[in-house]
Design a protein around this ligand. Structure first.
Ligand SMILES: *Cc1c(COP(=O)(O)O)cnc(C)c1O
Length: 425
C-alpha cells in the first residue's frame, strides 16, 4: 500500500469517511484520495513526492496559485504579531475597503469565517430586514451546509445522491422553496402564490456547484426585477464567482446589482474567511447597530484578513482578469479539441477562469439537463488524468479553476493529457 493509502486507512478509523469534507473522499470517482504535503504555484505534491498540475485550487480560493509569496509573507508577518485579538484591527478596515471598492453593490460588509457562515447570516439578515421567513433557492446551487439551504444542493449532494440530509428539520426545510436554475417562469409563479412570505431569493450568479452553468440571457435581470417588485431581497452567492469572474464578481460581469452578496474562497486567499455585504440600509440592521444577531470569535481573524488582503491586492492590476480570461480560453480550446478528436460526447462550459467539461450533450442549463448524464465517464477520465499528473476535482459536478500561476505550458500539458486520457477511456 502506498503512503496515501496508509494515511487514508488511519484517517477512516478516526474521521468519518477519512476526510473533513465529503467530496474529498473520491466517492464519485472511486479509489483512494491522495494526501498532499505541499503546493507550489500551479503544482501540488503528494506525500510520496509526485507532482500534479492542480485544477482544483482548494476548490476556488487559490486564484494566485499555491503559496504565493505575497500571501505567505503577509500571513507570516501577521502571525508574528499574534494570531487573534477578539478586538478590532486595522487590517479589517482595509479588507472592508478593498471589498467595497470592488463589488459594485456592496456598501457595507461583515467578515465571517466561511462561505457557509456568510450565506447563513445573509439569509437571516434578509429575514430580519423583510420580516418574512421564506427563501427561494435553485436546485443544484450550493450555499453551504446549514439547514435551510441543504436542499438539492449541488456537487456533494449530487455526488452522493442525497438530495437533502437527515437532521434537517422538516419545518426548516419547508421555509425554502426550490426553483429550477435559469427558469424565471418558475420563480414568477412562486412569487405569485407566496409573494408576501418570501424574504429572499439566493442564487449563484454563475452556478458552479453542479458544474459550471452560466446564467441564461435575462435570468439574473429577471430575478432582480421580480424581487424588487415583491419587496424581497436578491442575494448573489458569489463565494465562487467573487473576485474571480471579474474584479467585481458576477455582478460586475453581468451588470446586475443584488441587495446582498455572499463571499468566500478568493476573499480569504486560502485561509478561513467569508464575508457578506450589500446595501447599507440592510447591513445596518445587524448587531450591534441593529437587532439582527450575528457574531464570531475569530471573525476578521488577523491571519485570514492578511491572506485576503494580500490576495485582493495582487489581483489589483488591470491586466489580471484579461490574463485569467485568456488562460481560461486556452484551456477550454484545448479541452474542446481533445473532446472532438476523441469522439466522446462532451461539452465545455466556461465563465472566465472557471469551467466544467461535462460528458453530456450541451448546453447544460440546469439540474434537469444533467439527469441523463453518466458520471462513470468522468470517473474514468479523472483517473486517466491523475495518472498523467493532472489533479482534477474528484466529481463531475464541479468546476476546474485556472489560476494566475498556470503557465501556457501547464495549460497545454493539461490539454495534451486530456487528449491521451480521452483516447484511452
Ligand atoms: C464553497 C461555496 C460555499 C460554502 O463555502 P464554505 O467556505 O465551504 O463554507 C457557499 N456557496 C458557494 C457558491 C460555494 O461555492
Amino acid at each position: 500500500m502506498n503512503e496515501s493509502g496508509e494515511l487514508f486507512q488511519r484517517a477512516r478509523a478516526l474521521i468519518p469517511g477519512g476526510v473533513n469534507s465529503p467530496v474529498r473522499a473520491f466517492g464519485a470517482v472511486g479509489g483512494t484520495p491522495l494526501f498532499f504535503r505541499e503546493g507550489r504555484g500551479s503544482r501540488l505534491i503528494d506525500v510520496e513526492g509526485r507532482e500534479y498540475i492542480d485544477l482544483v485550487g482548494s476548490w476556488g480560493p487559490l486564484i494566485l496559485g499555491h503559496a504565493h509569496p505575497d500571501v505567505v509573507e503577509a500571513v507570516t508577518a501577521a502571525a508574528r504579531c499574534g494570531t487573534s485579538f477578539g478586538a478590532p484591527t486595522r487590517a479589517e478596515v482595509e479588507l472592508a475597503e478593498e471589498i467595497v471598492g470592488r463589488m459594485p453593490s456592496v456598501e457595507m460588509v461583515r467578515l465571517v469565517s466561511s462561505g457557509t457562515e456568510a450565506a447563513m447570516s445573509a439569509a437571516r439578515l434578509a429575514r430580519g430586514f423583510t420580516g418574512r421567513d421564506r427563501t427561494i433557492k435553485f436546485a443544484g446551487c450550493y450555499h453551504g451546509h446549514f439547514d435551510a439551504f441543504l436542499i438539492q444542493a449541488g456537487s456533494g449532494a449530487l455526488t452522493f445522491g442525497v438530495p437533502s440530509s437527515p437532521g434537517v428539520p422538516a419545518a426548516v426545510a419547508s421555509t425554502t422553496f426550490l426553483a429550477a436554475y435559469n427558469d424565471l417562469g418558475g420563480v414568477e409563479e412562486l412569487f405569485e402564490r407566496h409573494g408576501s412570505e418570501i424574504a429572499s431569493v439566493i442564487v449563484e450568479p454563475v452556478a458552479g456547484n453542479m458544474g459550471t452553468v452560466p446564467p441564461a440571457a435575462g435570468f439574473l435581470e429577471g430575478l432582480r426585477e421580480v424581487t424588487a417588485r415583491y419587496g424581497a431581497i436578491l442575494i448573489f452567492d458569489e463565494v465562487m464567482t467573487g473576485f474571480r469572474v471579474a474584479r467585481g464578481g458576477a455582478q460586475e460581469r453581468y451588470g446586475v446589482m443584488p441587495d446582498l452578496t455572499v463571499m468566500g474562497k478568493v476573499v480569504g486567499g486560502g485561509l478561513p474567511l467569508g464575508a457578506f455585504g450589500g446595501r447599507a440600509e440592510i447591513l445596518r440592521q445587524l448587531a450591534p447597530e441593529g437587532p439582527v444577531y450575528q457574531a464570531g470569535t475569530l471573525s476578521g481573524n488577523p491571519l485570514a484578513t492578511a491572506a485576503g488582503l494580500a490576495t485582493l491586492r495582487a489581483l489589483g492590476g488591470d491586466g489580471v482578469y484579461q490574463d485569467l480570461e485568456a488562460k481560461g480560453e486556452r484551456l477550454q480550446a484545448g479541452l474542446e479539441r481533445a473532446v472532438s478528436s476523441s469522439g466522446v460526447t462532451g461539452v465545455v462550459q466556461r465563465v472566465g477562469s472557471m469551467m466544467t467539461l461535462f460528458f453530456a450533450e450541451g448546453p447544460i442549463r440546469s439540474m434537469e439537463s444533467l439527469r441523463s448524464l453518466d458520471p462513470s465517464v468522468y470517473a474514468r477520465f479523472f483517473h486517466a488524468m491523475l495518472r498523467r499528473g493532472v489533479y482534477l476535482p474528484p466529481s463531475q459536478y464541479e468546476a476546474f479553476f485556472v489560476s494566475l500561476a498556470h503557465s501556457s505550458g501547464d495549460i497545454d500539458r493539461i490539454a495534451q493529457a486530456a487528449a491521451e486520457a480521452l483516447a484511452e477511456i
